[in-house]
Design a binder for this molecule. Structure first.
Ligand SMILES: Cc1cc2nc3c(=O)[nH]c(=O)nc-3n(C[C@H](O)[C@H](O)[C@H](O)COP(=O)(O)OP(=O)(O)OC[C@H]3O[C@@H](n4cnc5c(N)ncnc54)[C@H](O)[C@@H]3O)c2cc1C
Length: 637
């Protein structure tokens, strides 16, 4: 497997500018001769589709929702980072780069991350020009707040609806191109196969989810912006439709899958309430700007929070990490909450919760200010829990939220499979072993608006691409494969629902490959998952047919992929004998319980290559070298 990252040499600050100078161009008259398929219309996919069409390429964009506006990006609450230094608090591209590299526990590429910090400033200008209603100060300037893992205020936000507002901006830009006929939008279409011709990605097979028709689409290059795979865990903060299918099918066609075990656990979610829950709700990290996290000092203390005096509370984040306090990064805050609950100090039903308390902020700033900053989040919390967070602390607990693993890409955002580009959460690129808050939106939009539009031209100008259309045998084979898989799922006619398999898989992954993992647990998972998968293919019940709208069938296909992918996650976690970021192996920790990295053995991205059905995939590595930052133990104390 060729893992040449193609990061340009020279000073960090100049890499991207120099690279842009060297990239080949497609002339304006030739751009319309190139067909580009973009799968995904979230922030990454929509921004890429709009930008490429604006440049003149002929774009087809796909999503499985009924409208591109319903992509999961719409759920993002808290904000988007950019090194604008509006606050004069000392921010710079360098600091955003450094925070991101450190936050990711030194498991991301320096060149990519510096470029992300550089273009972050352009993103805000682009979005403001589109009319995104970022919060403003009294004087009219854009407002900022802080997020975990940073000591500056660089997070731009639109109340608790930042993702929604950014997506409306990108969606408008996309709709404009749809109106002009430069983008053909295929909503309610699910990509089920990647088509490779002569070693290059040349198209996809997608199913029309309304009619059930299987269709082939050919292009000169394919872009995946298909989001993350957090739903492998069943319970997560992700939209129920998020899945790994597109990325996993590309992996099966030769694209390397990097760091599949890197999952981000978010510390501030509403705790699990019962066995029949299918979704967890995030309470944005921005709340930790004003909310203080605490647990009672005495185990089993069931008094109401207001009846527990200050002296009998443990504000454990402020105690353990005095300089970052409640804004400690997500992996650290999550582990600290788990430890408190494991020690019997948890609050609420089942003892799996900690308090997020706004009483001192309300006393200091007044209820109206808090309502202005977080009103919709408070309302959402009250609707779900029937508790009023203005009067009593929220109860929160960590949950699966984001996946840092994804398809391997080089500096040009192209996978090792020529012609397959991967953007946004679907790639592995910029966050290392942990994603700091407000950086996923930044990455998705950086990829779509400001990076891919340059690098895709270089590929198209340089590649010798023969004419290929959907009559090619590779498309016929891919369609046959996809149809056969659906037919097989429908024919099983067993007794267990798709959901029951998904739930069991999710339980195994959370318990054995979740916030804390160890060798024995991972080995157990690696024995249980194949057994569960075998049962799935013998005993799953998928009602209905393939010729109509059939959401059970859609779900079954996605769960079938999770059942294979879950094994890859555990294999990856087992081999990485170190703790870093969201990946915590309990065998590798410092005396005070912090993550213990092993830079000598694991300062690399682990990239998996598919070898065929029931064959062990091969693990390759891309070594990570740090020329500009010093590898150091992460400390937020
Ligand atoms: C509750 C919540 C809050 C968040 N808050 C923040 C925040 O405040 N700040 C921040 O930076 N990040 C936040 N995040 C993370 C961030 O929202 C996501 O990482 C980001 O939006 C992902 O964007 P994307 O474009 O890569 O993917 P998505 O928005 O997930 O889009 C994926 C697209 O791919 C399509 N797709 C997927 N598979 C297929 C297929 N097989 N065929 C056809 N189409 C397919 C979907 O239809 C969709 O259009 C939050 C996440 C959650 C869950």
């Amino acid at each position: 497997m060729n893992l040449d990252a193609k990061v340009p040499g020279g000073p960090l600050e100049d890499k991207w500018d120099r690279h842009k100078k060297d990239l080949r161009l497609v002339s304006p008259a030739n751009k319309r001769k190139f067909d580009v398929i973009i799968v995904g219309s979230g922030l990454a996919g929509a921004s890429a589709a709009a930008s490429l069409a604006e440049l003149g390429y002929n774009v087809s964009c796909f999503c499985f929702q009924d409208s591109p506006r319903r992509a999961h990006s719409i759920a993002a609450q808290g904000g988007i980072n950019a090194a604008k230094n509006y606050q004069n608090d000392g921010d710079s591209s360098w600091r955003l780069f450094h925070d991101t590299i450190k936050g990711g526990d030194f498991r991301a590429r320096e060149g990519n991350v510096y470029r992300l910090a550089q273009v972050s400033a352009n993103i805000i200008d682009q979005c403001v020009a589109q009319g995104v209603p970022f919060a403003r100060e009294y004087g009219g300037l854009l407002a900022n707040r802080s997020f975990g893992g940073a000591q500056v205020s660089r997070t731009f936000y639109a109340r608790g609806q930042t993702g929604q507002q950014l997506l409306i901006g990108a969606y408008q830009a996309l709709e404009r191109q749809i109106g002009k006929g430069t983008v053909t939008m295929y909503s309610r279409h699910e990509m089920l196969e990647l088509v490779v011709v002569n070693g290059r990605a040349r198209g996809i097979v997608a199913r029309d989810l309304v009619t059930g028709e299987m269709q082939s689409f050919a292009a000169h290059t394919v872009v995946l912006g298909t989001g993350g795979y957090g739903n492998a865990f069943y319970l997560s903060t992700n939209a129920k439709g998020c899945n790994v299918t597109a990325a996993y099918r590309a992996y099966k066609k030769g694209a390397g899958f990097a760091n599949p075990c890197f999952t981000q656990i978010h510390p501030t979610c509403i705790p699990v309430a019962g066995d029949f829950q299918s979704k967890l709700t995030l309470m944005s990290e921005s709340l930790r700007n004003d909310g203080r996290v605490w647990v009672p000092k005495r185990a089993g203390d069931t008094r109401k929070p207001a009846d527990i005096p200050e002296a009998e509370r443990d504000y454990y984040l402020e105690r353990k990490y005095p300089s970052y306090g409640n804004l400690a990064p997500r992996d650290i805050a999550s582990r600290a909450a788990k430890e408190a609950c494991d020690d019997g100090l948890g609050v609420g039903p089942g003892g799996r919760g900690v308090f997020l308390d706004f009483s001192s902020a309300i006393k200091r700033l007044g209820e109206d200010t808090i309502r202005e900053r977080y009103g919709n989040l408070f309302e959402m919390y009250e609707r779900i829990t029937d508790e009023n967070p203005y009067q009593t602390p929220m109860r929160i607990y960590p949950a699966v939220h984001y996946t840092m693993g994804g398809l391997w890409v080089d500096y040009n955002l192209m996978s090792n499979l020529p012609g397959l580009h991967v953007i946004g959460e679907a790639n592995f690129s910029d966050h290392g072993a942990n994603r700091l808050g407000a950086s996923a939106l930044m990455q998705g939009l950086a990829d779509g608006y400001f990076i891919l539009p340059y690098t895709i031209g270089d590929y198209l100008a340089g590649a010798k691409l023969e004419a290929v259309d959907t009559s090619h045998q590779a498309f016929r084979d891919a369609e046959t494969e996809a149809n056969a898989r659906l037919g097989k799922l429908l024919a099983i006619d067993g007794t267990r629902s798709v959901d029951s398999f998904h739930k069991e898989l999710g339980h195994i992954l959370w318990e054995k490959c979740g916030m804390a993992r160890d060798r024995a647990g991972l080995q157990e998972a690696l024995a249980r998952i194949p057994a569960l998968r075998a049962e799935f293919w013998e005993n799953v019940k998928v009602p209905g047919s393939a010729e109509t709208l059939n959401q059970s069938l859609e779900k079954a296909g996605r769960v079938a992929d999770f059942l294979e992918f879950g094994e890859l996650m555990c294999s990856d976690a087992l081999i990485r004998e170190e703790s870093c970021g969201g990946h915590f192996r309990t065998e590798y920790q410092t005396e005070d319980g912090e993550a213990l990295r092993d830079d000598d053995r694991f300062a690399h991205a682990a990239v998996w290559e598919y070898q065929g059905e029931n064959q062990t995939p091969v693990r390759h590595i891309e070594p990570l070298t740090f020329e500009f930052v010093k590898l150091a133990t992460r400390s937020y104390k």
